[in-house]
Design a protein around this ligand. Structure first.
Ligand SMILES: [Zn+2]
Length: 244
């Protein structure tokens, strides 16, 4: 339940966010998901669309002023509530106890740590979206397709000379396409594959096919041990891509 909403960016939108939150909450309830902890919302001037932070007794939802002004605010809220639900349920992808095991057990080259961090955030996104897709994807999934297609296009404009940064973007492409595969919204002939493979080629490696398959096939409810095994696979895929 949304207990407060504050506009810190000074551009308005509290009523819009409140209405969107309530619509998302109702849709989740129809699907059998209800948050236990209260949520306070803040509209803030940040470069990303939004974020959330979970404490033992409450959640904070951050919505960017840009997201409020876009047509995507309900999709963003659905996604962030997906993270909150996973945190409350103690899913391995959202569990501090499991994070500690990951830090101990998953080995990655030092230079790849930031890229792996991004790739791990997308693992969390997959699990948030397993809950959020039915809320925001649209009856035919078209909305989700358009969203992730724009994501891949945007990544293409961000390619740099830094191999590791590019590997982080390749993971992001793998997540975007893998999500569409996971939810049955993309064919093998789709032009997004060409876009993402071209990104890899220009960056000098190959990653998107293995990464997309990884994200598409993450098990829905792994044990902590199985989850850590998945992350070791992810580390291996990224290490391999970075050295080919
Ligand atoms: Zn997320």
């Amino acid at each position: 339940m949304l207990v407060a909403i504050v506009d810190r960016a000074g551009r308005g939108g509290t009523r819009k966010v409140k209405a969107a939150f309530e619509a998302v909450e109702t849709r989740y309830a129809e699907l059998g998901h209800t948050l236990q902890r209260p949520v306070s919302g803040e509209i803030v001037a940040i470069p990303i669309m939004g974020a959330s932070k979970s404490l033992k007794d409450r959640h904070t939802l951050y919505v960017s002023a840009r997201a409020v002004e876009s047509g995507l605010v309900d999709g963003l809220i659905a996604h962030e509530v997906g993270h909150m639900l996973r945190t409350e349920a103690g899913h391995p992808s959202h569990s501090p106890d499991v994070y500690r095991l990951i830090a101990k057990e998953v080995r990655i080259p030092r230079a790849a740590e930031a890229a792996f961090g991004q790739a791990f955030n997308h693992v969390q996104d997959v699990y948030a979206d397993d809950l959020a897709f039915p809320v925001f994807a649209g009856a035919d999934g078209r909305r989700a397709y358009d969203f992730f297609a724009a994501w891949v296009e945007n990544n293409a404009t961000m390619r740099s000379k830094n191999r590791w940064q590019n590997l982080g973007l390749a993971a992001s492409n793998g997540f975007a396409i893998g999500s569409l595969v996971r939810h049955g919204l993309i064919s093998a002939e789709d032009k997004l594959w060409d876009r993402a493979r071209a990104f890899d080629r220009e960056a000098g490696f190959q990653g998107v096919d293995a990464l997309a398959e990884f994200y598409a096939k993450l098990p829905a409810s792994p044990t902590p041990e199985d989850f850590i095994a998945e992350l070791k696979r992810l580390a291996a895929i990224m290490t391999k891509a970075s050295t080919t």
